[in-house]
Design a protein around this ligand. Structure first.
Ligand SMILES: [Zn+2]
Length: 491
């Protein structure tokens, strides 16, 4: 997990960092925060791309033929690179070293994701590529027992990270010394946890601290719940609770975004263009760009509100329960478009099928948000050591919780469940959540029976072994393995 903070300012103390040679061959020294931070970002990207250039990919169309992704893979070590490129000479080691880890993780995460996508019949998605300059100035520093960076807290609201570096011999201003320190001051919006690395995004002026997921002591409550995540209500619990996003606030923001976008469209019309594409090519006005910036800022605010709500809600759910049951995620359903409707009167033409670009986008965002909530509940459950189960989602919304009658007609509308066999009425989502809990309990019972039969103890042992070993921070890899290795979508 990571915590992000806003950078207030940067200052450089000690020696003046050596930033390489300019075009005329004169050495460049600077304490200007903007120049120093851009230099660190460039250095990090240079090393990252150097490592990336050594990767290979399978040749299109041919089987098992590996070709390097780059025409000239760069095999130089950090030491050799420093010797060749004088501008990297004084870049702190632990910034360049961090590329090794990040490039590797990113590459294998992407190749694995591509394989999974193909396996599920989806498009594989793009190959991971080089870091572009336009993706922003950013760099990572490894902590390495406090050698990489140090955190100093000044007050309740103010702290700084200090990164140290040394100008190489021959690139020092006489009488200035060799060591320099980059101080990144940030606003302490919440406590900083013990971290393993920091990630600085100079373009966005943010700094994040990466730390292992903290262990969370869970006090048993004896409560169990099934959760149905959905579009109408973000989450419905089997005890009848409906959890909703702060919709009023989000709608208000939507209105403001719409207004800005309409103003942008007006800019395009007034300039005499029918749509934005040729207008942008021609060169948009300052006002147009400013409106776009404002709309993006609001959009980001919306995302933050949703993420905040999701973190708080998932924490609340995990603290409050000993057993949580949810539906197995179905990736195939998420990308399905509505079927095209042929027009019976005019052959070859189509009726509106409720699918347009904006709706597709909204739907995609909604679904991404739902799977994120689910992911949060899942990982927080595991960190707290409570039981998290997933069940097959088939028929959970059509089954009557009261009598077990399964029929499509039972679902009277999106919101109301009305059983045609016994007359039972309930909120449709709550009814589904109740079915999910029942299914989950059935799985647990089956497990207990199976274990008792094989001579082992009851389900207690299984519930307990999900808890991480006390006193040890668990590496992500192990957590991941546990996540995938769990008994889950059995019925
Ligand atoms: Zn019924």
């Amino acid at each position: 997990m990571s915590r992000k903070y806003r950078i207030d300012r940067v200052e450089v103390t000690g020696a003046t960092p050596f930033l390489g040679y300019d075009r005329c061959g004169a050495p460049m020294y600077s304490r200007d925060p903007e120049r120093v931070m851009s230099w660190l970002g460039d250095a990090w990207r240079y090393r990252f791309n150097q490592l990336r250039s050594r990767r290979s990919r399978y040749l299109m169309g041919a089987k098992n033929v590996l070709v390097p992704i780059s025409d000239n893979p760069d095999m130089r070590s950090i030491k050799e690179t420093r010797e060749d490129c004088s501008w990297l000479g004084s870049c702190p080691d632990l910034i360049l070293l961090s590329c090794q880890y990040l490039e590797n993780t990113e590459w294998f995460a992407a190749t694995k994701r591509r394989k999974t996508n193909v396996k599920h019949g989806r498009k594989p998605g793009p190959m991971p590529s080089f870091r572009r300059k336009r993706s922003g100035l950013r760099f990572t520093v490894l902590r390495n027992n406090g050698k990489g960076y140090r955190i100093v807290t000044y007050s309740r609201k103010h702290a700084e990270v200090i990164i140290g570096g040394t100008n190489p011999a021959g690139h020092r201003i006489p009488g200035d010394g060799a060591r320099f320190q980059v101080h990144i001051h940030f606003r302490l919006s919440r406590p900083v946890l013990d971290s393993t690395s920091i990630h600085v995004n100079w373009t966005a002026r943010t700094i994040s601290f990466t730390s292992p997921i903290p262990e969370h002591d869970h006090t048993p409550t004896g409560r169990r719940t099934g959760i149905d995540v959905g579009v109408r209500h973000e989450a419905a619990l089997s005890d009848g609770r409906l959890l909703d996003l702060p919709l009023a606030k989000l709608k208000q923001l939507d209105k403001r975004i719409d207004k800005l976008q309409r103003a942008q469209a007006r800019c395009v019309r007034e300039a005499g263009y029918s749509n934005a594409k040729p207008y942008l090519k021609h060169g948009p006005s300052k006002r147009y760009l400013e409106l776009g910036r404002q709309a993006r800022a609001l959009q980001e605010r919306k995302t933050r509100i949703i993420t905040d709500w999701q973190h708080k809600t998932s924490r609340w759910l995990v603290d409050r329960h000993d057993l949580i049951v949810m539906e197995t995620l179905q990736a195939a359903n998420m990308t399905r478009k509505p079927k095209p409707k042929p027009d019976p009167d005019k052959p070859g033409q189509w009726l509106p099928n409720g699918h347009n670009a904006k709706r597709a986008l909204n739907k995609g965002m909604q679904q991404a948000s739902l799977s994120r909530l689910r992911g949060m509940i899942e990982y927080k459950s595991k960190a707290a050591g409570i039981t998290f189960l997933t069940v097959n989602p088939a028929y959970t919304s059509q089954t009557c919780h009261h009598c077990g009658h399964v029929a499509k007609e039972n679902r009277e509308s999106q919101a109301v469940f009305h059983c045609h066999a016994c007359g039972w009425r309930d909120n449709a989502d709550v009814n589904a959540a109740k079915n999910i809990l029942t299914d989950g309990l059935r799985i647990l019972q089956a497990q207990a029976v199976a274990e008792a039969r094989s001579g082992r103890d009851t389900s207690e042992t299984r519930i307990q072994d999900t808890r991480p070993q006390a006193g040890q921070a668990e590496p992500m890899a192990v957590l991941q393995r546990r996540k995938t290795g769990r008994t889950g979508n059995t019925r």
